[in-house]
Design a protein around this ligand. Structure first.
Ligand code: NAP
Length: 262
């Protein structure tokens, strides 16, 4: 019995997963890792063209799992509700939700306009977008009495000296706390909620960093490098599976030790 549990502990065979922003950057690393463990993955995002191309590549790369796309703008209540309802109509159940989609506006808080447009845009996607997705998906997970939610936050939610990231860091700090509060709310309903807080990761934004700037940033990271998208994916696959059944309400920092010295 014990050995059998170990054999299957990392398998996601037959599980149904949604990954917001799952066709680009870290989200694509997560889509790949979940599919590699046997999950069927639906990408929820706005950019249909890119997702279509990526899904064709994934279908050629992975056999035996299904990929799909649902057009969803997580800054809209209606869009989230419609996309989740359509997903359930098509697939019947939802086992895993990864709230990965996010934006990262740069700029000082004191330089924002009076309406705090950048502040509200940031919170509306990075925090409220994930909350909308949780709200809609939980309707179904609670009926099933099972499910795993994984939130992609940021180590910016744990430190205060990323320059020009006050709105982003504040939204990610709230996202970490939301993860813990929600985990406590639904733990006795068979649902787990955890977060991964990446540091610098080789997603789209990192591609444009000049070599010298990259080296300077790496000097501040104890292990001396950025994370790869697939490394965040591997962690998400672990949190989505039975191997992590004892873990809920955790925020796992995945930043090569950056927060240790900031
Ligand atoms: N890269 C890093 O170093 C790093 C570090 C810490 C945390 N993170 C976090 O990791 C997550 C992914 O980051 P990334 O670097 O991979 O970003 P990215 O390459 O810019 O991708 C962002 C993703 O979010 C989706 N998205 C943005 N706004 C959306 C909206 N309103 N509705 C639906 N989807 C939306 C985009 O898809 P569409 O354009 O198709 O909508 C895209 O797939 C973010 O939450 C970010 O804060 C990143």
């Amino acid at each position: 019995m014990y050995l059998k549990t170990l054999e299957n502990a990392y398998s996601l065979a037959g599980k149904n997963a949604i990954v917001t922003g799952g066709a680009k950057g870290i989200g694509l690393g997560i889509t790949r890792a979940l599919a590699n463990q046997g999950a069927n993955v639906a990408v929820f995002a706005r950019d249909e063209k890119t997702a279509g191309t990526v899904i064709k590549e994934l279908e050629a790369e992975f056999g035996g799992v299904r990929f799909s796309f649902y057009k969803a703008d997580i800054s809209s209540t209606e869009s989230c509700r419609n996309a989740v309802d359509a997903y359930i109509r098509d697939n019947g159940r939802i086992d895993i939700l990864v709230n990965n989609a996010g934006i990262g506006p740069n700029g000082r808080f004191v330089d924002m306009d009076e309406e705090l447009t950048d502040w509200f845009n940031c919170f509306n996607v990075d925090l409220h977008g994930a909350a909308r997705m949780c709200y809609n998906v939980l309707k179904y997970m609670r009926k099933q009495k099972s499910g795993h939610i994984i939130n992609i936050t940021s180590n910016a939610g744990e430190i205060v000296n990323y320059p020009f990231l006050t709105a982003y860091a504040s939204s990610k700090a709230a996202f970490n706390h939301f993860t813990k509060c929600l985990a406590a709310e639904v733990a006795n309903e068979g649902i787990r909620v955890n977060a991964i807080a990446p540091g610098f990761t080789f997603s789209n934004f990192a591609k444009d960093i000049p070599e010298e700037a990259y080296k300077a940033l790496c000097e501040q990271i104890p292990i001396g490098r950025f994370a790869q998208n697939y490394e965040i994916g591997l962690l998400a696959a672990y949190l989505a599976g039975d191997a992590s059944d004892i873990i809920t309400g955790a925020v796992i920092t995945a930043d090569g030790g950056y927060v240790l010295q900031h």
